[in-house]
Write a protein that binds this ligand. Structure first.
Ligand code: ADP
Length: 444
């Protein structure tokens, strides 16, 4: 107990004793000491009850206590209560200041921030950037359901995903379709969602410029390469003993460059495609065609097998799917030493989907390389890739094609044993095999 409280208790007890003693003394004077004491105790009790009533009334009315001037325990209680009040008020002021600072910071952010009530999906608050990017206005759009406030955007379907809603990418702004936006939903409490809207127009513009640049350069390189090829073909058979190795190397390098240019053009074309065409891709002729290509590339150095147990066809772009599968097979042939085995397997996968796998008995890939394998020009061994005529773009093309078809590339590889590259397609990309597809020709 503090000194202040000890002193207050002493004062109060001394006063009580003085009142009781005065009552007893008066009682003695009139010959009734015990009733005198009892009356004094009753008076002291009533006085304390009266003061307690006053304290309670002021607490209820949230007023400062009037008893601070009193001495004793009531004075001490009043000053403790006042101190508590003062601290609460200071804390509230500090929190309000912080809240204002947060709001000002949020209001000046270049990204739009919207606070949405989870159950009703109504807009509770939004910053100034929401006006510029989404055309929302105070107070008109406050408390309006989000799907209505941002009507041209596919909000209702997206919000249905709730906590699992993926970032909505590259959507046109309702204010200006030239503004491209990324929308992210962050459920930050049980009742509230935060919607972050980021302007990606500049990024997309730069991305388009990069894509166009690569496509244009690749296109421009085609003509000189064709001319070089033409001259090299003219020289075919006319080379002398000294120039023969030089010309052979020139041919190899110009063919490598042609493949590089073709792969770059394929990637640019794929990046430009939003959705692949929705055509049936009959699998039996495609598998046969791929196996034929692999046989030609292998030139009898490998045993090539086809296993087709899926009894399904795929839905998508035949040309792109052929390009992806053919890249996987070409890798298997190029990296598997002579005498190895390559299996092209098409089987049913999980949840009604299908998987096309290319299995080889090649050198395998150490696990640390697997996460980066589909990056452009990423190679486990650059010299080996070049020796086998690789461009470093094959798996990047595969990843792009699969991404457009909602499919995934799964790589399972054991160094020294071999690799399995599986293209896993979801159920919506498969079709029950049509009877005719077994006989019709694939048209990749
Ligand atoms: P590249 O044209 O160099 O083959 P890819 O993008 O097709 O480029 O493949 C990237 C790298 O992945 C290759 O350089 C190679 O190191 C590795 N790789 C791809 N397929 C296989 C495979 N079947 N066996 C072993 N390594 C492979």
């Amino acid at each position: 107990m503090s000194d202040l409280l000890s002193a207050a208790w002493t004062t109060t007890l001394l006063r009580l004793l003085a009142v009781l003693a005065a009552g007893l003394a008066l009682g003695f004077l009139i010959g009734q000491p015990w009733p005198g004491l009892a009356l004094a105790a009753l008076a002291a009790l009533l006085w304390h009850a009266w003061i307690l009533r006053g304290v309670l009334l002021r607490l209820e009315a949230r007023q400062r206590s009037a008893a601070t001037s009193r001495r004793g325990v009531w004075g001490a209680l009043a000053s403790l209560l006042d101190r508590g009040h003062a601290e609460t008020r200071a804390r509230r002021r500090r929190l309000l200041g912080l809240l204002r600072a947060y709001r000002t910071a949020a209001a000046t952010l270049p990204d739009a921030i919207l606070v949405v009530e989870r159950n009703s999906q109504r807009l509770l608050w939004f910053n100034e950037a929401a006006t510029r990017l989404l055309g929302l206005h105070y107070p008109h759009d406050r408390d309006v359901p989000l799907a209505k406030a941002l009507a041209p955007l596919p909000m209702a379907r997206w919000l249905a995903g709730g906590r699992n809603a993926e970032t909505l990418r590259d959507v046109p702004s309702p204010v200006d379709p030239a503004l491209r936006l990324d929308l992210r939903l962050l459920p930050y409490s049980d009742d509230l969602w935060l919607l972050l809207v980021h302007d990606v127009s500049r990024l997309l513009h730069l991305e388009h410029m990069r894509r166009d640049f690569v496509a244009n350069v690749s296109h421009e390189l085609r003509t000189p390469l064709t001319v070089i090829h033409g001259y090299l073909e003219l020289l075919d058979g006319q080379e002398s003993a000294e120039s023969a190795p030089l010309l052979a190397e020139m041919r190899r390098q110009s063919e490598r460059m042609t493949r590089l240019v073709e792969d770059l053009l394929t990637l640019s074309r794929l990046e430009g495609n939003e959705e692949p065409p929705d055509q049936r891709v009959p699998m039996p002729p495609l598998l046969a065609h791929l196996a034929g290509e692999a046989e030609a590339l292998s030139a009898g150095r490998h045993r090539i097998r086809v296993e087709d147990t899926a009894d399904l066809d795929l839905r998508g772009a035949a040309r792109d799917l052929h390009s992806a599968f053919s890249n996987l097979l070409s890798n298997a042939v190029r990296y598997t030493p002579a005498g190895g085995e390559i299996t092209l397997r098409f089987a049913r996968g999980a949840h009604g989907g299908a998987a096309l796998s290319v299995c080889d008995t090649g050198p395998g890939i150490p696990p640390e390389h697997l996460p980066r394998l589909t990056e452009r020009f990423y190679r486990v061994s650059t010299s080996r890739s070049r020796d086998t005529g690789g461009t470093g773009l094959g798996l990047a093309i595969v990843k792009h094609v699969l991404g457009q078809h909602g499919a995934r590339l799964v790589i399972d590889s054991t160094p020294g044993t071999g690799s399995v590259f599986s293209c896993c397609f979801p159920a919506e990309r498969t079709l029950a095999r049509a009877a005719a597809s077994a006989t019709s020709e694939a048209g990749p």
